[in-house]
Design a protein around this ligand. Sequence first.
Ligand code: BDR
Ligand code: CA
Length: 310
Amino acid sequence: KIPIIIDCDPGHDDALMLMLAFGSEMFDIKAITISAGNQTQDKTLTNALKILTLIGANVPVYRGEEKPLFRELIVADYAHGESGLDSPSLPAPGFLPQPESAADGIAQILAASENKTTIVPTGPLTNIAVFLQRYPHLKDKIERISLMGGGIFRGNMTPLAEFNIYVDPEAAAVVFRSGVPITMCGLDVTMKALVFQKDIELFRSLGNKSGKVAAELMDFFSIYYRENHPELEGGAALHDPCAVTWLMNPGIFKTKSCYVDVETTGELTTGVTVVDFYHVLQKDPNVIVAYDLDRDAWLDLIFNAVKNLP
Ligand code: BDR
Ligand code: CA
């Protein structure tokens, strides 16, 4: 099994990402750390505990940073609702988070493990940046960071900046400049990671609790996409599961190794991942950038994982 720590801000697509990671049985999930992003830290933490309770996952959960490194928090209530995970069938949280912070929790786990661990962030990168700055000697214990964020050619917060990077660009810059190998599933690929109504009905017909909740989460998320993205013709983009599916089967993605940095001071481009797609800077690549995927194979991985859950 692949040892991983997931850093997320549930969030509908984060919740589906968690279902995928636990249901796939391919991962040794050492901890879940919580970022503030789609909603405040209090809300994303509660949402994570609810989803983990639903699927019967018993892993340590760590509360993360309340705010970006230097900026005020921007939340995505317009897409994820007031709670950050509006959905009718979620249970109350059945357990409590750990006493340590996310960054300290990651450090304890990495220090104690013999093998390297992969980190999977699907929210703003604040916790990971705090960890890297506080524990630079533990950087080599990270196998890779497989993240959802950024993009080559497009944004969803500004014309070029994607939400997770835009919320905390300084943290993203720390991560992208860290020297840790990175895989980036940005909007180029995740806006092709679409679910349509007929897919949602398949999840609903699975007959387990998790299938029902997965369908309800996608129902909610689809409303935002139908209203705001007519070009997707009824499809809703499930961004965050991409960061996990790349680890499960990289062969279903099209990727290119590129040098990537993050703009933190641009007039029009703050929060942009600047991807040297054509290698014009002649710098060594630091990121495997995903830009396309086999949607059917990707959806099968999620479907089969949710089938395995309670
Ligand atoms: C990202 O922003 C969040 O709203 C989603 O959960 C995803 O991580 C997409 O830009
Ligand atoms: Ca997210």
